[in-house]
Design a protein around this ligand. Structure first.
Ligand code: SAM
Length: 243
């Protein structure tokens, strides 16, 4: 782990990054779902549907939805009968998720505060591990991937969805302009929090390209590591298998 890591475009100590990421998500938690719809034009719902379709949760399977936030992905997997643990480092995000689950009458989900870099679960606990728009916020990504591998059973599946804007050549300039100028302004107007949305944009830009992240997944011990661009390549589903 280097002494200095990126918090968006700024270099800070690893502890400071974890602290600041916590502040960002505590600050946006109550407006997170509305902002997701506004920033993606509702596309995030489609991406999450496609993602869960790829994971193919089966009834009774134990699935860890890491960085589960307000529960969007966990709800979709639980609806298919999986036993889902939604885990996140941020209690404020999970609190919003619990309230949403209650309003929808969803039971059977487990909510747990966990740091993806150092999980409290025993080895070989889960059939699948999912992380959606979460891993780019994690300070020590290789540590999180090693933990994902550890808590999966043999034959367990790893699935991660992240933005891949840098692989989107025709639109990269347009996207950059939209991301750096429009998103923070929408954040300011709707969530009264320009800085947090600026961080979200910068963190997307700094996330490794799909080929580089695929290599990191393989380094953590997963076999058949794959990076699959989705719906125009704006997001990528990464997967791997534990044998
Ligand atoms: N997966 C949800 C979704 O797609 O709607 C939430 C994604 S949100 C952009 C990113 C989440 O990552 C936040 O809830 C944040 O608290 C969580 N996070 C950041 N660092 C983390 C870490 N080290 N361990 C666990 N969760 C983390």
């Amino acid at each position: 782990m280097p002494d200095q890591v990126n918090f968006g475009d700024e270099l800070v100590s690893p502890d400071e990054k974890t602290r600041r990421v916590g502040k960002v998500f505590s600050s946006v938690a109550r407006r997170y779902d509305l902002m997701n719809d506004l920033m993606s034009g509702g596309m995030h719902r489609l991406w999450k549907d496609r993602f869960v379709h790829r994971v193919k949760p089966r009834p009774g399977e134990q699935i860890l939805d890491m960085a589960g936030g307000t529960g969007d992905v966990a709800f979709r997997m639980a609806a298919r009968g999986a036993r889902v643990t939604a885990a996140d480092i941020n209690a404020d995000m999970l609190e919003v998720g619990k309230e949403r689950a209650k309003r929808r009458g969803l039971t059977g989900l487990t909510w747990k505060v966990e740091n993806a870099e150092a999980l409290s679960f025993a080895d070989a606990t889960f059939d699948a591990y999912t992380i959606v728009f979460g891993i780019r916020n994690v300070t020590d990504i290789p540590a999180a991937l090693r933990e994902a591998h550890r808590v999966l059973k043999r034959g367990g599946r790893f699935y991660c969805m992240e933005f891949s804007s840098s692989e989107w050549p025709g639109f990269s300039t347009l996207y950059e302009t939209y991301a750096s100028k429009v998103i923070p302004r929408v954040g300011k107007a709707v969530a009264h929090d320009e800085d947090s949305y600026r961080y979200l944009v910068e963190s997307i830009r700094r996330f490794p390209r799909p080929a580089a992240f695929k290599a990191m997944v393989a380094d953590a011990g997963f076999v058949r590591a794959a990076a699959e661009p989705m719906l125009g390549g704006l997001v990528t589903i990464h997967s791997g298998w534990k044998i």
